[in-house]
Design a protein around this ligand. Structure first.
Ligand code: HMG
Length: 465
């Protein structure tokens, strides 16, 4: 049985900050943001929005464009790290909003939970719901997985230029029109880590930036090793002499905390996969430098980061590798299209990789590439930390969906905030009635808390026509 993503819909909030204004305000060279990080616009939620209404807005779009009724949906999972309550799951808020449109009780028959594991939980949610359908527990109903997040970092921190917000809703069905997941190869890795975390009550995360970058690369590579072992053992991929498994993956979509991280993740993976192959000799010749090794190759991430000599020469080697024709060919053909959305929106935590998938499909199609039967390899990462690597194959009916994708049109008209206006929103100095935009054809937050203590934390939303 083929199960996978039948269609997807996105929601991006309508406020943004421009990288040039941001660079000027923080005294940063704008080229660092444009090329070093890969950001041009960071999406920002207005005071009358939260992660639940972004999720509901994405889900409503998905339902409307596919003429879905609540009775067609058996499960709704929301993956997020922007939770609104310690107990009440985000999907209950989302269902409350959707029932304003579809009628009270219209989702009563369905089920679902909120999932958390930093940015990777959406991938676990997809995997679990795919297997719910594979196990034929679904009673002919579809599952909806929504990933929705607000990436918010401290003002003045290095994370501040990796902020963003948005949601992606995915319809999971049997015989999907868009992408069927390969079975029995999804691979995970998990370890207790403190690369990025947000203790209770704190609005912004505590981040160990460089550590998080290296941990991401290592964890995704370990999950990829396990994927490779399964793909070969199950016969999904058959390697001939001198081939790498990356030769059999047509397109890549990885977690994108920022655009440049995708480029670095591909470089890291290719270096590991290619260094034992005959092609490596040509690459080393082109680079003109031997690949460096750390003083203690079996050391910890801390010891590797502390090995200054190695880190410097390894950075030099990586940059040179990313200039080679071999890397650039793979990058342009297999990854570049997935990164377009990231520069225009920023980090979406759980939704980043799926916005990347959306971007990949649209921009590859616009290039005129035939996508049918192409295999996409996914590298999902969540701090704390866990990685999941899996793959899927684009289905013949993809054209009917992808031909209508238009990121700019779907994001719609956006309003640029000045840095002063952005900081007011960031510091929660405006209340929800002081929003910059009222909203149109979308759910917005109208009230938090009631007049009595037993209504604390109640959230009221309205659909604005
Ligand atoms: P930073 O201090 O800006 O790093 O922190 P940097 O000084 O190394 O600069 C970044 C790049 O800009 C470098 O390029 C510089 O050379 C370049 P690279 O060497 O890497 O190729 N640069 C310039 N380029 C052009 N012109 C210039 C110029 N100047 C410098 N003039 C960092 C960057 C990402 C660490 C920081 O923004 C941060 O802490 N972000 C938050 C954490 C994060 O995103 N980590 C990513 C991995 S963990 C993850 O993905 C999980 C996460 O999404 C959370 C979750 O799972 O829920 C975060």
């Amino acid at each position: 049985m083929q199960v996978g993503i039948d269609d997807l819909a996105i929601y991006v909030p309508k406020l943004y900050i421009d990288y040039k204004d941001f660079a000027q305000a923080r005294g940063i060279n704008p080229q660092k943001l444009e090329y070093g990080i890969g950001i041009k616009k960071m999406a920002l939620v207005d005071t009358n929005q939260d992660s639940a209404c972004m999720a509901a807005n994405a889900c409503l779009k998905l339902m409307q464009k596919n003429d879905l009724q609540p009775q067609n949906i058996g499960r709704m999972y929301v993956a997020t790290e922007s939770a609104l309550d310690e107990s009440k799951a985000m999907n209950s808020f989302v269902i409350g909003m959707l029932e304003e449109v579809y009628g009270e009780g219209s989702f009563e028959h369905a089920g679902g939970i909120e999932c958390k594991f930093a940015c990777v939980s959406g991938s676990y949610a997809l995997y679990d719901n795919t297997n719910w359908i594979r196990a034929e527990e679904n009673n002919n109903k579809a599952a909806v997985v929504i990933v929705s997040d607000i990436a918010k970092y401290d003002i003045g921190s290095a994370g501040e230029y990796t902020q963003g917000a948005g949601a992606v809703a995915m319809l999971i069905t049997e015989n999907p029109r868009l992408l069927a997941f390969d079975s029995k190869i999804a691979s995970t890795i998990i370890k207790n880590e403190y690369d990025f975390y947000r203790p209770f009550g704190k609005e912004t995360p505590l981040v160990n930036g460089n550590y998080s970058n290296l941990l991401y690369l290592i964890q995704v590579k370990k999950a990829f090793d396990s994927y490779k072992e399964k793909a070969i053992r199950t016969g999904l991929i058959r390697l001939r002499n001198g081939e790498s498994i990356t030769d059999h993956i047509d397109l890549f979509s990885v977690h994108l905390p920022y655009r440049k991280m995708g480029e670095k993740a591909l470089a890291y993976l290719l270096r590991h996969e290619w260094r034992h192959l005959p092609r490596w000799q040509h690459i080393i010749k082109e680079i003109g430098m031997i690949e460096p090794v750390p003083k203690d190759p079996r050391g910890t991430i801390e010891s590797i980061l502390a090995d200054k000599e190695f880190m410097e020469s390894d950075e030099k080697f990586r940059r040179a590798f990313m200039q080679t024709s071999s890397y650039n060919e793979v990058f342009e053909q297999k990854m570049a299209s997935s990164l377009e959305a990231s520069s225009l929106i920023g980090n979406l935590y759980t939704a980043s990789m799926y916005m990347g998938l959306r971007s990949l499909l649209e921009f590859e199609y616009k290039k005129g590439v035939e996508l049918e039967s192409k295999r996409i390899g996914f590298g999902s990462y969540g701090s704390g930390s866990s990685a999941m690597v899996f793959s899927g194959v684009i289905q013949p009916e993809y054209r009917g969906l992808v031909k209508n994708m238009n990121l700019e049109e779907e994001i719609g008209m956006r309003t640029k905030l000045s840095i002063e206006e952005y900081e007011e929103v960031h510091k929660n100095e405006r209340n929800l009635n002081d929003c910059h935009l009222r909203g149109h054809k979308e759910f917005v937050l109208v009230k938090i808390g009631g007049s009595t203590a037993d209504k604390a934390g109640f959230r009221e939303y309205n659909y604005l026509n």
